[in-house]
Ligand binder design. Structure first.
Ligand code: SF4
Length: 243
């Protein structure tokens, strides 16, 4: 029973483990090379991620939410897009280093389109990468690719912003019939106060509270306000407070 629980909690590593076992049985030489690559990337991640997490924590603590919202938020406009391009383009490190930083920026008020711009420019138009590209493939190739890539990134950012809202991303809910209430997953400590107060509205999933789908907020308005006040980490956000 306990083993089953562990498997359930670690579906992805278990799945990867099974794939490796199958590979070793069916194509051992390929499995060897896959294992070597995996170890190489794991070591790289262990070298890079601690620095990124420290940087993320430092930014989280030192940079005020208002500052992020003004420069990268919904109302930052074209200037916010340009700043996002610059941030993504001058960054260093592999793309997976961008995810914790993007998540922090998102939780502090950055808009979805600007997060798309940061991630995309981090991945494909970093300055050191452009310099190497120009050296090997020529300046005109690099310039044309850069212009087309920037146009594609802008389009992706716009479309993603239309499809996904910040609140949906933060609450981890892809679609909801309750748009006015969400739990900021970064701040929830899973204490269960809200789920005990209003089990019809909140539920704990993976030790984090989420708003149940399809709830009628108007019926629970006063109690919802109470849960917002009682939440020890102020993780519950109502639309009037949301950005
Ligand atoms: S009260 Fe706050 S911290 Fe506790 S579960 Fe609810 S949202 Fe999370």
């Amino acid at each position: 029973m306990r083993a089953l629980q562990i498997v359930r909690k670690n579906k992805l590593p278990v799945f990867v483990g099974i794939i490796y076992i199958l590979l070793y049985i069916l194509v051992p030489d390929k499995a060897d090379s896959a294992m070597r690559n995996s170890i190489y990337y794991l070591i790289e991640m262990f070298e890079v991620l601690p620095v990124i997490f420290l940087l993320t924590v430092a930014l989280e603590v030192l940079v005020p939410k208002e500052w992020i919202m003004k420069r990268f938020g919904e109302k930052s406009g074209f200037l916010g897009n340009i700043l996002s391009f610059i941030l993504g383009s001058i960054s260093a490190g592999p793309i997976y280093a961008a995810f914790p930083i993007s998540k922090m920026l998102l939780s502090k008020g950055a808009s979805v389109p600007n997060i798309v711009i940061i991630l995309s420019s981090w991945a494909v138009i970093k300055v050191p990468m452009l310099a190497n590209e120009a050296k090997f493939l020529g300046v005109s190739f690099m310039g044309i690719r850069w212009i087309l890539t920037v146009m594609a990134i802008m389009l992706m950012a716009w479309v993603t912003g239309k499809i996904l809202s910040r609140k949906e991303l933060l609450s981890g809910i892809s679609t909801t019939t309750e748009p006015n209430l969400y739990v900021n997953q970064d701040y929830c400590i899973g204490c269960g106060i809200c789920t005990k107060m209003l089990p019809d509205v909140y539920e704990l999933i993976n030790n984090k509270a989420v708003v149940k789908l399809g709830i009628a907020q108007s019926e629970n308005k006063m109690m919802i306000i109470k849960t917002v006040e009682e939440c020890p980490t102020k993780a519950i956000v109502r639309a009037t407070e949301a950005t």
